[in-house]
Design a protein around this ligand. Sequence first.
Ligand code: ADP
Ligand code: ZN
Length: 517
Amino acid sequence: MSEPRALLSSVFGFDSFRPGQEEIVSAVCAGRDVLAIMPTGGGKSLCYQLPALAREGVTVVVSPLIALMRDQVRALREAGVSAGALTSATDEAEAEEIFSALDAGRLKLLYMAPERLARAGTEALLRRVRPTMIAVDEAHCVSQWGHDFRPDYLEIGRLRERLGCQVTAFTATADAETRAEIVTRLFPETPEVFLRGFDRPNLDLVFRPKDNPRAQLLDFVNARRGQSGIVYCASRARTETLARALGEAGHSTLAYHAGMEADARRHAETRFQREDGLIVCATVAFGMGIDKPDIRYVVHADLPKSIEAYYQEIGRAGRDGLPAETLTLFGADDIRLRRAQIDESLAPDERKEADHGRLNALLGLAETPHCRRRALLAYFGETPEDDCGGCDTCRERPELHDATEAAQKAFSAVLRTGQSFGSGHLIDLLRGVRTERMRERGHDELPTFGVGKDLSKAQWQVIFRQLMGLDYLRPDVTRHGALRLTEAARPLLRGEAGLELRRDRLEGAARAVTVAP
Ligand code: ADP
Ligand code: ZN
């Protein structure tokens, strides 16, 4: 059996599981019958696709949605996985190809439309190929009382009886009657049921822009002396400098990263499990095997990679159900670093685009003026009715500030200088600072020169960070982080769309500049 985590990144290109996926995948891989209820968009398909690849033999997937099956088959094939779909839209040649892949034992995933199940020959075919598992997508279609009832779904239970293989079922419909009906119609005995909302209400959620990250971290940790916590860092070097800084402030700390000897890592893990009040400054290598219920906080000293990674990492706090805190610090440097890591990776272009998209979603969460927990849960497909009251944006609802004009000025500075400069030079240009570089390039002659004098340098930095966060401006790693406009910026530039940014961020920057010129 292949390692699920390795497949997660090599085949699917994801760096972490989404909430719930890992537990489901391991139950499925262990051969257990499973009913999983996850919200739409929560990532159900991975829960049967990954076990299908991790194990021997072929997995049959029943789904009522032909378009969705075709999309999944296409995506799997592009990732180098042998998969096929038998639906009303499958032509003769394609079916032949699937049969021969099946007979050669090559096919890993066979998607089948429900109407195909009752067809003559299907049972014989399945008896011959002996599937490892039947995975039933949209399993609520088996419920006679639901609006999506598909009579053909009843055939699944009969086939399962005759084939005697593992069954897994997935749905977003959570009501108790439907669930009970799925269980009786599809499973020989009560399966393992996964029904867990993604919300972790005992986790307090806070994001702060970095102004002085070391001081921000010390303030946070000093106010929580004696508590166990994890401080996640983007690099090995930073785990060491931050552990040293916390140690100097009188905390008991350890650094942890994958570059350490195995012995030292094991030693750190054991100490963290056993001792109270130890703070581990770690890269994301720390945490997988850690089972400590009373971690009172998780700080991200640097921005994580994606919302999935963020959720997984903060999720290590407060497993005992008692209140626990999370703090995420982020700045323009983090955005540049994460973009550069994506662009410099050897992944194909589509995967890089997807990774940029995931980073954008996280930056959107970082800058949201609305309830942060709702934004987080919405990303995973859950839609809570109310604001949570347990996040920074609920405690203090940020006011918005119309930044359309400032954004247009910034875009014009980018365009008039040929999309070849980073934010430092662009901000000098907007503020009318006659540096040597400005004169050399003749940029002090541009109409944009000095049009942004009304804002301080720190305020412009905040605006540029938010424009990068919203992916209107993207740093180009091959050109030392020169900023260029993305397509998303065009409507704003043409005046067809407006932009509102958080006022508190701008005002914070205005204050910062008076304290530290
Ligand atoms: P569902 O069937 O639950 O509605 P899907 O399986 O179609 O959801 O997944 C929804 C989206 O989430 C897809 O775009 C998929 O690529 C993405 N996704 C699933 N798992 C992960 C993961 N571990 N990390 C990042 N994205 C994921
Ligand atoms: Zn909230």
